[in-house]
Design a protein. Structure first.
Ligand code: RM4
Ligand code: MN
Ligand code: MN
Length: 431
């Protein structure tokens, strides 16, 4: 079956035709530059063509802050419309063939129809996210926690939701469950921190026992918010301990925005790889807290440092190394489709740059304690402009050399604004 194409393929071809000549010249030049460094450009381009990062279903709607949400016109009103937007991102960018859904936000009656709908665009589903951080009408409240609540009935409700997410995921063809809880406390003395973690482990044991063969559960830690004094799964240490208690199929998920501002995230990544507990990533960028800004917009060098660890692990054939890559950001002032296309490119960029590091040379100077040379070899990838590689990978994959340019020319947003009048209570966005 040929996948449906929400953007006119002729338009992409026309745009590409105007850019192809320059791209070919730039690509050839970069190939010569890299050849002098002993790097095979074609091998890197092939790796980038295979690289994929999942789109969060909630990301195609506008997010918001604690103060307000400013919805983008033509915002998707349900998961089918979200998938349509995700298909645009994939068609133009060729880096995002999967979607990570979120329940109950994406709840539908007919899961088979949803899976088929995704398939009609050539898309499939990545990790399923459970949501026990907000209340649904008629349910027990999560105001004082979910999987760690003092009341067993609330814990059972939260467990049941996660079990339902696994069932949904099975039908959607997913292979992982991501559990992030907002549980914690706002006041010292509010919560017995030890007992809360005991209750977490007890609840998670039931959930993990329900995982089908080959599935993984990802534990996502977060320093603070919504709990502002203590969060039950606050850091990678807690996440790691819980994962090791719960089983080999439980791993830690690193959301780049979920640490204190100066934390050395790449070192955490290295540790998790070493002990086979790196489940995956939620990519975004941050300046102060869980800002959910576009990936690579604040600190692309940090992303590069993270990818250095990932490329190193992959080059070494680190045992059990198979991280899931997902975006997780909130678009408050941009068109979410543009942000997600650009962000997927930033993840690819960091990957391509890290692939340029001469690992043998680096190892030799590390052994010799030649600090300055080690740093220069390390940084050589970051200071190389790999935009041409990304563009060529998109072109070869049938995507757009300039995805944002084609997207704007397609007037997709204007068409959707007519087709999708704003709906009250839309499940789009994070707030
Ligand atoms: C949280 C966390 C989760 C995401 C929610 C919406 O801060 O990052 O991964 O699903 O936000
Ligand atoms: Mn996240
Ligand atoms: Mn977050």
């Amino acid at each position: 079956m040929t996948p449906s194409t929400p953007i006119d393929t002729e338009l992409i071809a026309k745009h590409n035709a105007g850019l192809e000549k320059d791209l070919a010249a730039d690509y050839e030049h970069l190939g010569a530059v890299l050849a002098r460094r002993g790097v095979d450009l074609e091998a890197i381009t092939a790796r980038i063509q295979r690289f994929a990062v999942a789109i969060p279903s909630w990301g195609v709607g506008s997010g918001g802050t604690r103060f307000a949400r400013f919805p983008v016109a033509g915002e998707p009103r349900n998961v089918f419309e979200k998938l349509e937007d995700c298909a645009v991102i994939q068609q133009l960018g060729r880096a995002t063939p999967t979607v990570s859904p979120h329940f109950p936000w994406d709840r539908v009656d007919d899961l088979r129809e949803l899976r088929e709908f995704a398939r009609s665009y050539g898309m499939s589903f990545d990790a399923v996210n459970s949501n026990t951080f907000e209340d649904l009408p008629g349910q027990l409240s999560y105001k004082f926690g979910s999987l760690t609540h003092t009341d067993k009935a609330v814990r059972e409700q939260a467990i049941a939701h996660n079990l339902e997410c696994i069932e949904i995921g099975k039908q959607l063809g997913s292979g992982a469950l991501t559990v992030w809880i907002g549980d914690g406390s706002n006041f010292p003395g509010q919560l017995n921190m030890t007992k809360a973690l005991e209750r977490y482990l007890e609840s998670m044991r039931v959930i993990v026992a329900a995982l089908p063969d080959g599935w993984r559960a990802f534990i996502e830690h977060k320093l603070y918010e919504p709990a502002l004094y203590s969060t039950v799964i606050a850091d990678w240490g807690t996440s790691f301990i819980c994962a090791t208690h719960l089983g080999a199929n439980v791993q830690c998920l690193v959301d780049l925005g979920h640490h204190a501002p100066t934390t050395n995230i790449e070192q955490i990544v290295s540790r998790l790889i070493q002990f086979q507990r790196l489940g995956g990533f939620h990519f975004n960028d941050s300046k102060y807290g869980d800002d959910d800004l576009d990936t690579g917009s604040i600190d692309p060098f940090r992303l590069y440092r993270v990818f250095n660890e990932l490329v190193d692990a992959s080059a070494r054939g680190a045992p059990g190394f198979d991280p899931a890559y997902m975006l997780d950001q909130s678009h408050n002032v941009t068109d979410p489709i543009e942000s997600l296309m650009a962000s997927a490119m930033e993840v690819q960029r960091a990957c391509a740059q890290a692939l340029l590091i001469d690992r043998d040379a680096l190892e030799a100077v590390q052994e010799a304690n030649d600090v300055m040379l080690a740093h220069r070899i390390f940084k050589a990838g970051f200071t190389t402009d790999v935009s041409t590689i990304l563009a060529e990978a998109r072109r070869r994959g049938g995507g757009a050399i300039d995805p944002v340019g084609v997207y704007r020319a397609s007037k997709y947003r204007a068409h959707k604004t007519k087709e999708r009048p704003a709906a009250a209570g839309s499940s789009s966005g994070i707030v």
